[in-house]
Design a protein around this ligand. Structure first.
Ligand code: APR
Ligand code: ZN
Length: 271
């Protein structure tokens, strides 16, 4: 049961915010059916990050044990096909429409903040549907349907699967070279870091939503916010890695807590 006093305290802070920024992790998409990484039974419990979390790992595993990679990639396709924004995503989109939320900084690659209606989303780990050319670096965003239908045909419907099939998954850039998903794998450069540090350092309230706070440099962003005097609200049903710097800690799912906070904010603001 959500703690109503915490919801009220959070809503009082959010209602007065001049520059609210949300910092989200995989937990925000858990209620959309996308498994998190570090919860019990999460992705890193079932797949080896050294294999599926790096491009080299994926290609070498596809050559050595294609069926293992096929099952990881097929699970991703099926999960993302079904995934829709949940009430937590929609509450953030409404806070942007109310001109309270300035931006979302997300570690997620699932595009769900955009699909819910947020327009200012900084994706520090990239976006699965955006493709990046390996030669000219041009970025092209495919529709979710276009990207996943091709992935389904190569990974799930095809009888055979090996490295050569995996390579057919890579779209071709106008320059003729192959493109890959514009997502940040382990050991690769994180994206939009300066912009995210700027956002975190100039907000007056930060919502920390569904993250274990263990992956840097993303996990340093709440410290930038705190260091600039922002109030911090951490929403997470299981752990609170930023409890030491939080003004309010809510042990609840974001899909439950955020709509309740939004409801209270509207009451406070008479909207
Ligand atoms: N609502 C809010 N939080 C939730 C929910 C929920 N419904 N369900 C789970 N959580 C919390 C968990 O308690 C956990 O603290 O979400 C957090 C998810 O943590 P991780 O799985 O570690 O995900 P994240 O913090 O986003 O990981 C950061 O690690 O592997 C890399 O690139 C990957 O972007 C990812 C990064
Ligand atoms: Zn190109």
């Amino acid at each position: 049961m959500v703690n109503e006093a915490d919801i009220t305290r959070a809503a009082e802070i959010v209602a007065k915010a001049k520059n609210l920024v949300a910092f989200s992790g995989a937990g925000v998409s858990a209620e959309s059916g996308i498994p998190t990484f570090r919860d019990p039974g999460g992705i890193w419990d079932r797949f080896d990050p050294d294999e599926v979390g790096t491009t080299g790992g994926i290609f070498s595993a596809a050559a050595r044990k294609p069926e293992a990679i096929r099952s990881f990639l097929s699970e991703t396709v099926e999960t993302f096909e079904k995934a829709r924004p949940n009430p937590g995503h929609f509450a953030l989109a409404e806070l942007e429409r109310m001109n309270i939320l300035r931006s979302v900084i997300t570690q997620n690659i699932d595009d769900l903040h955009f699909q819910a209606g947020n327009t200012r989303v900084l994706e520090v780990h990239g976006n699965l549907y955006r493709q990046r050319c390996l030669a000219c670096n041009k970025k092209t965003k495919l529709t979710k349907e276009k990207y996943l239908s091709k992935a389904r045909s190569v990974l799930i419907e095809a009888k055979e699967f090996d490295l050569s099939n995996l390579l057919t998954l890579m779209p071709t850039c106008e320059c003729g070279s192959s493109m890959r998903p514009d997502v940040v794998m382990f050991g690769e450069a994180v994206q939009v870091v300066p912009e995210s540090i700027q956002e975190a350092s100039t907000c007056d309230v930060m919502l920390i939503l569904g993250t274990s706070g263990v992956v840097y440099p993303a996990a340093s962003l709440p410290r930038y916010a705190r260091g600039s005097g922002a109030k911090i609200i951490d929403i997470n049903p299981r752990e609170h890695p930023f409890a030491d710097m939080s003004d309010v800690v809510i042990s609840e799912k974001t899909g439950v807590a955020l709509p309740r906070i939004l409801e209270e904010v509207k009451k406070i603001r008479g909207e």
